[in-house]
Design a protein around this ligand. Structure first.
Ligand SMILES: [Zn+2]
Length: 468
C-alpha cells in the first residue's frame, strides 16, 4: 500500500475523533505493510492531556508487538506532530513518520521546531525519516471545518445575548432545524439562581392572556434520554383547547445547556432548578404532566407549593424513595447505560416505538451530536436514589407522604403496558400511593415513552381536568 492509502486510514481515525467532539486528528502505525495500531485524538473524553492521536496509536502498536520499541515501524498522522508526540516517536525508534497538514502553530517536525533534526545539526542517537504533505488538503480541510463550526457556534451564542459557560456545551441550533412535529419557537431562561448562567430551554404555548383562575397550565416534564420533543403529540391538543402548555428541557437535555462533566448533575440540583422555574413563570392552575425522570423529580415539586397545582397526569414513572428495591427492569437499564455509555438514542426509541418514522427517532437524538453532549445521559441512571440516604431519597419519601395524605387535586394515570422498566406493576404501586387516583388508563400498545401515544391521553386528560 502507498503512503496515501495509509493516510486515508489515519483520516478515518480523525473523523472518529470529530464524531466524538474532539479535535479531528488521527494516526496509524504500520509495520511490514500491516496496520498494528490506530488512534484518534481524545484528550477530552479520556481526561488525558497526552491522549493525542500519535500517542494513542503508538501505545496500541507497542501493545500489539509486546515491545516499547517500534523498530521498523512507520507512523501516519493527519497533522504535523507536536513536541510531545515527536518525543514519544523518538523514544519508540520509529523508522519513518508521514504527516498530512502542517501545523504552523505547534508543529515540531519542521514548522515551529525540527525535533527530528532533519537538517542534521544535532547528533541524535536515532534518526527518523520524515515525509510531509501527504493528502495535506484533505487533512487540513477536516480541521478547518471543525474549527469553523466551533467559531460560528461561539459567535452565534455571543450575539444571541446568551453567553455560554466555559464548563458547558450548547447543541447547535442547526441540529433542531426542521424536526418532524416540533414547530414551536424556543424560549430561554438563564437567570434563575440555581442555573448560575446555564441556559434552560422551554416551550411555552397557548394563550398569552393569562388569568389565575382561567384555563389550565400543563407543565410537561420529560425524562432520560428524551426531551420536550416527547410531548409533541400532546402539546397541540392542550393548546387547541385554549390552555397554556409549558415544557422545559432539563439541563443536559434538549435545547438546554449541557454541563461537560457528568458530576455536575444531581437530583437535588435539578429539583431546585424546576422549583425556581415554576416560581419564575408563576405557574398556577397547573396540571403536572410527568413521565420517567419527569416524575422522579416532578412528583417532589407540589409539596413545595401545593396551591399551584390542581391536577396530576402521571405516566410511567416512580418515586426514588431509597427504601424499596429498584425494579429488575430498572437495574437492567442502569447496567446497560453503564456498559454502553454511547448507546444509540434513536435506536432505543425505535425499538420501543416501531410505529415512529426514522426521522422522529433521529429527532430524539438531535440534542446529543457527540459524546461531549451526553454527560446527562451518563449521569442520570446512577442518580435514581437507591439508598435511604441517597440524594433525593428523603425528598421522595416526603413526596410519598404528600401524595398519600395531603394531595387534594385530581389525578389521571396512563400506563404504557409494554414498558419493561416502569410498567404496570410499578405504576400499580404508585396508584396506591396517590390519594384519589382512580383506575389507570391502560395503553396496550404503548411502551416506556407513553406520550408517543399522547393524542388520546391528552383528549382524556382534557375531559378529566377541564374546569367544571
Ligand atoms: Zn501531539
Amino acid at each position: 500500500m502507498a503512503d496515501t492509502e495509509f493516510m486515508r486510514l489515519a483520516l478515518a481515525q480523525a473523523r472518529a475523533a470529530r464524531a466524538a467532539g474532539e479535535v479531528p486528528v488521527g494516526a496509524v502505525v504500520v509495520k511490514d505493510g500491516v496496520v498494528i495500531g490506530a488512534g484518534c485524538n481524545n484528550p477530552i473524553a479520556s481526561h488525558d492531556p497526552t491522549a493525542h492521536a500519535e500517542v494513542n496509536a503508538l501505545r496500541a502498536a507497542a501493545r500489539t508487538l509486546g515491545n516499547y520499541r517500534l523498530d521498523g515501524c512507520d507512523l501516519f498522522v493527519t497533522l504535523e506532530p507536536c513536541a510531545m508526540c515527536v518525543g514519544a516517536m523518538l523514544h519508540a525508534r520509529l523508522r519513518r513518520v508521514v504527516f498530512g497538514a502542517a501545523d504552523p502553530k505547534t508543529g515540531a517536525a519542521g514548522s515551529v521546531l525540527d525535533l527530528f533534526d532533519q537538517a542534521g545539526q544535532v547528533r541524535l542517537n536515532h534518526h527518523t525519516e520524515v515525509r510531509a504533505g501527504v493528502l495535506a488538503d484533505d487533512c487540513a480541510a477536516l480541521l478547518h471545518e471543525f474549527f469553523g463550526e466551533r467559531r460560528r457556534a461561539a459567535s452565534a451564542d455571543a450575539s444571541s445575548g446568551w453567553p455560554l459557560r466555559d464548563d458547558a456545551l450548547r447543541t447547535p441550533d442547526a441540529c433542531f432545524a426542521g424536526l418532524p412535529g416540533y414547530p414551536w419557537a424556543p424560549h430561554y431562561i438563564a437567570d434563575l439562581p440555581s442555573l448560575a448562567g446555564l441556559r434552560l430551554h422551554y416551550l411555552d404555548e397557548g394563550p398569552r392572556e393569562r388569568s389565575h383562575d382561567g384555563p389550565l397550565t400543563w407543565l410537561c416534564l420529560h425524562g432520560n434520554p428524551s426531551w420536550s420533543y416527547l410531548y409533541r403529540k400532546m402539546i397541540p391538543v392542550f393548546a387547541a383547547a385554549g390552555h397554556r402548555v409549558v415544557a422545559p428541557d432539563l439541563i443536559g437535555f434538549g435545547r438546554s445547556d449541557k454541563p461537560k462533566k457528568d458530576g455536575a448533575h444531581s437530583f437535588s440540583w435539578h429539583r431546585e432548578v424546576l422549583l425556581e422555574f415554576v416560581e419564575r413563570l408563576d405557574l398556577r392552575n397547573t396540571v403536572l404532566v410527568v413521565q420517567d425522570w419527569g416524575g422522579l423529580l416532578g412528583l417532589t415539586l407540589p409539596q413545595a407549593a401545593p396551591a399551584r397545582y390542581r391536577g396530576l397526569l402521571v405516566m410511567n414513572t416512580a418515586l426514588g424513595t431509597g427504601d424499596a428495591a429498584l425494579s429488575p427492569g430498572f437495574l437492567a437499564w442502569r447496567e446497560m447505560c453503564a456498559k454502553h455509555p454511547d448507546f444509540d438514542v434513536a435506536r432505543l426509541i425505535a425499538r420501543g416505538n416501531p410505529q415512529l418514522a426514522a426521522a422522529e427517532c433521529a429527532a430524539y437524538a438531535a440534542p446529543f451530536p457527540d459524546r461531549g453532549h451526553r454527560a446527562a445521559l451518563r449521569a442520570f441512571p446512577a442518580m435514581v436514589p437507591d439508598r435511604i440516604d441517597a440524594d433525593g431519597a428523603a425528598l421522595s419519601r416526603a413526596a410519598r407522604a404528600f401524595w398519600r395524605e395531603r394531595w387534594t387535586g385530581q389525578t389521571l394515570m396512563a400506563v404504557g403496558v409494554q414498558d419493561p422498566v416502569l410498567g404496570l406493576p410499578v405504576m400499580r404501586e404508585l396508584q396506591q400511593t396517590i390519594r384519589g387516583c382512580g383506575e389507570p388508563m391502560l395503553l396496550a400498545q404503548a411502551g416506556h415513552f407513553v406520550p408517543e401515544q399522547g393524542g388520546p391521553i391528552a383528549q382524556s386528560a382534557l375531559a378529566h381536568f377541564a374546569p367544571r
